[in-house]
Design a protein around this ligand. Structure first.
Ligand SMILES: [Zn+2]
Length: 398
């Protein structure tokens, strides 16, 4: 391990201070941070590509150092953070505060700490004779369902040279994560027919239809829990199904016309959530038949979003490299979803490895420990040694 605290640590902390000061709560624009990072990396000689959301209020940055004609290594992180509304903070969440070897602020763990380490070390990557390119990928709207990075990946897939591998720096305490579950989020809207509750045979009760579907999902979860499929690398070791929101009805004496509910399927990477959705659609078809007989305007509608699971092989180059860089002798799987699943789905070999703990993410008084940033710095310095000269192709070991 390198000396700690290292001479670079003040630069990493200063960079984190800059990044935390940008209020990039997902509902807001991230352009100020992206402009800052694009200008900073551009000054170091990086080529930059931007991909925007529909309104042009948010952007992804893809910045590259090194020979453009060779496949490079992506260091990837999202720029957005979860809201602080309703949380009790001991200090301003958008001003970095150091206390007892910890740096407090919104996004310090998830995941501006990783971005700060990457950006603070970027001048050294820029000054080195890189044999293998290094790319910095900064995305928007991860926290709202990995929305932004999809455009960045679509842009990458069209480039003449595809990236070699990707490291997503979500907080894993520098464990090398090779697997995570996928996540299907579904909003279901049931549209029935309103009428006086005393005449309920002339209406279609949207709350009751929705309740049947929610109960069906609950039984589905029970079956999966008993029968699998299972992967003991996950906790829990099976696909989870859960309804989190339901809204419907206006008064007890009115048969409700509308009911909406939201559910999710967090699937094992090899367990296709579409097979589960197909079961629900079959039920919906049966229910709709009776609904339409009363009023042809009735319906059941699904609005779906999916982030693929991650399943990178233990012997993949991305896994071997990250284990070497992190000094890890094993890999891990986690239940939360990241952008890594989307890179993986685009056939870019990907692992998740970053400083800080997910236990501190999304909470009041979010922090990252200085020693975690130190370990991330060691990781990036080892990467720098690997991408200079042809050492990337040699066996692991310094
Ligand atoms: Zn995150």
């Amino acid at each position: 391990m390198a000396e700690f605290p290292s001479p670079t640590m003040p630069a990493i902390v200063a960079m984190l201070d800059r990044l935390v000061a940008f209020d990039t709560t997902s509902a807001k624009s991230n352009l100020a941070l992206i402009d800052f990072a694009a200008e900073y990396l551009g000054r170091l000689g990086a080529t930059t590509r931007l991909t925007y959301d529909d309104g042009g209020r948010k952007a992804n940055l893809f910045a590259s150092l090194g020979p453009a004609e060779r496949p490079g290594i992506i260091l990837s992180g999202h720029t957005d953070v979860v809201p602080v509304a309703g949380q009790e903070w001991s200090s301003d969440p958008f001003r970095l505060a150091e206390r007892d070897g910890r740096l407090y602020g919104r996004g310090t763990a998830d995941m501006k700490g990783f971005l700060a380490a990457c950006l603070a070390l970027a001048p050294e990557f820029a000054a080195a004779p890189l044999e293998v390119p290094v790319h910095f990928a900064l995305s928007y709207d991860e926290e709202t369902g990995c929305v932004g990075v999809r455009r960045l990946i679509a842009d990458l897939v069209g480039l003449p040279v595809r990236p070699r591998l990707c490291i997503v720096g979500e907080p894993t305490e520098m464990a090398v994560v090779v697997g995570h579950k996928g996540k299907k989020s579904v909003r279901c809207a049931v549209h029935g027919r309103e009428c006086h509750s005393a005449m309920n045979h002339t209406g279609v009760n949207a709350v009751e239809i929705a309740a049947e579907m929610v109960a069906f999902l609950r039984r589905m979860q029970g079956r999966i829990r008993r029968e699998g499929p299972f992967d003991s690398g996950y906790d829990p070791p099976y696909t989870t199904v859960h309804t989190g929101v339901i809204q419907g009805g206006t008064a007890l004496n009115i048969v409700p016309r509308d009911c909406r509910f939201e559910f999710e399927i967090r699937n094992l990477p090899d367990h296709d959530p579409e097979t589960l959705m197909a079961e629900l659609r079959t039920l919906a078809q049966t229910l709709i038949g009776d609904m339409l007989a009363i009023d042809p305007a009735c319906g059941i509608y699904f609005d779906e979003a999916y982030t693929a699971g991650l399943a990178t092989a233990p012997d993949a180059e991305a896994t071997q490299l990250a284990c070497h860089l992190a000094g890890a002798d094993r890999t891990a799987k986690v239940s939360f979803t990241t952008e890594a699943g989307l890179f993986h789905a685009a056939s870019i070999p990907t692992v998740v490895c970053g400083p800080g703990s997910v236990a501190q993410a999304h909470r009041p008084d979010e922090f990252i420990a200085l020693d975690q940033l130190g370990r991330c710095e060691v990781f990036l310095r080892r990467l720098l040694r690997r991408v200079v000269g042809s050492a990337i192709n040699e066996n692991p070991g310094n």
